[in-house]
Design a protein around this ligand. Sequence first.
Ligand code: COA
Ligand code: AMP
Length: 624
Amino acid sequence: MSAYLKAYQLAQTQPQDFWREQALKLPWYRFPQTILSNDENGIERWFADGELNTCHLALDQHVEAGRGDQTALIYDSPVTGTKVQYSYQVLRDQVAKTAGMLADLGVSKGDRVVIYMPMIPEAAMAMLACARLGAIHSVVFGGFAPNELAVRIEDAEPTVILTASCGIEVNKVIPYKPLVDKAIMDSRWKPEHVVVFQRNACRADLSEARDGDWQALKNKADMHPCVPVKATDPLYILYTSGTTGKPKGVVRDNGGHAVAMKYSMETIYDVEPGDVFWAASDVGWVVGHSYIVYAPLIHGCTTIMFEGKPVKTPDPGAFWRVCNDYSVNVLFSAPTAFRAIKKEDPNGALLVDYPMTSLKAIYMAGERLDPPTLEWVQEKTGRPVIDHWWQTETGWAIASNPVGLESFAIKPGSATMPVPGYGVVVLDELGDEKSTNQQGFIAIKRPLPPGCLPTVWRNHDRFQSGYLSQFPGYYVSGDGGYIDEEGYLFVMGRIDDVINVAGHRLSTGEMEEVVGGHEAVAECAVIGIHDELKGQLPLGLVVLKDGYYSADGVIEKELLQKVRHEIGAVACFNRALVVERLPKTRSGKILRRVIRQIADGEQYVVPSTIDDPSSLGEIEKALN
Ligand code: COA
Ligand code: AMP
């Protein structure tokens, strides 16, 4: 039997033996006697009586093993012209001091800390410092507007917010402190402290009583030791877009997460301790949590924090330069990043300057990897390009080419095989398994493997209703797709209101709430339409209330500003159109799918349930 099949079947038939074996690879404070059990909600939990500390696994264990001089983290920032390398010893000491600073501010086990920071080493230090204390971090992506930050503050109820004076985007400095102050003003929950890391590009005003200066507070602090936590204690909450306006707080536990991170580095990425692993993403996203911070460090690799973009910082050779300069073994990013590079350097001319002799493979996730991008990257770099599919909820890949076990031939458009631990099936509306090559709901048989979410923060009903109720015994992923006759999984896209814009997960439902909140809007639909560069872009269609008229597109412009202001620039809500009416079914449901097909220039079938077929013609006219 092949190595992959053997592992896959063992994980399915004897999950406890399989995951116990993986757990043995980590230095626990107390090795779990119970591998799999149910919690008070009836949810399967891994390693319930184990004790560990994730920061100890990420840093201290390597220092204790005599590898303190190895480089743990490389910071490369073309936007500030800075390059710094931190050894495991230095990073451990910095994190221990940061933890001491948080402890001095009253943070202890179970407390929440919101981290709203750009891609600087202090962001990773902040996350690891929380882990060290057993506190729960919640990182909020820097591209989100104050309103989004406020929603997260209100839900997580942090004791402390850690931030920096500014983020630096291509050619612009974004002061963060006013955004944090505005978010706190708008939030019902008020944190006790806001600690600001001052950057030279812009100094923040620290005049509020709750404000503190990061460097000064950290200098005063003592190094704090690791606090043992239970495997099932939360490590972090990461908010992600769902179908409603309110983001979901995905909870990640300590034990299952650590085991999954370690296993994934061996099986999916096939890297060894000491290798250099670069996830070109942002700590605000799950990719950043798992593969900039936790997995590479737990596995003893060198990780890279890149404060820049694939293009314009300064040119489309940035990725190749970093891979070359730091002897990167594995590069991981979103397809959109490579589309951006391809657009500016279609012949890959800049690759000539960078031989990247250590680079073994390039991984992609975050959105569907379109075959032309796959082929371009493969051809220009000469490296295998591995598409793998996962979600914030799972924290690591559900399907991938498991090259650490066995390499499968790459099929463009497919994320290859389910990873051992994930019982992936494709179901129809009734919950019956579809036959091969038939599209349906992609679901995962319970129990989910270690690392996946056990609940939604303080809203278990939402976890139950959003993921588990539709098909009893399964977790429903929200993606549609099929499995072919050779067992390859093809993920075709979301079957809910979630869209992926430049690899960023956003909710059209949330955008509709914001657009619908404009005084002139009677009703609206926001849909994700195809975009060559960003994969998808939101498009808003609005019907105005009687008596309102949009002279020179004023209302459309206000709507774009409103979404930018309330969700953030990252939503890329750059197109809104006023229409007379929206196509609907007789029961009043807006035909979003058909609108999308029209916008994308696809063939569509007029649904038999449509109320007035002529409404489609109006949409076609408006869009052309
Ligand atoms: N802080 C503040 N603003 C941010 C931000 C951040 N961290 N990240 C993005 N923004 C802003 C951008 O400046 C831009 O603002 P603008 O409309 O005023 O110009 C807006 O949000 C849209 O950003 P983005 O969609 O990223 O567009 P871009 O043109 O700046 O870059 C790519 C396009 C493809 C180069 C970029 O999205 C990218 O590198 N994506 C990689 C995807 C990724 O990391 N995904 C994570 C999962 S792997
Ligand atoms: P996020 O939670 O931000 O990681 O987004 C998860 C969603 O991104 C998934 O549900 C998919 O819709 C999409 N996605 C991620 N990786 C892939 C992939 N390799 N192929 C297709 N879609 C993907």
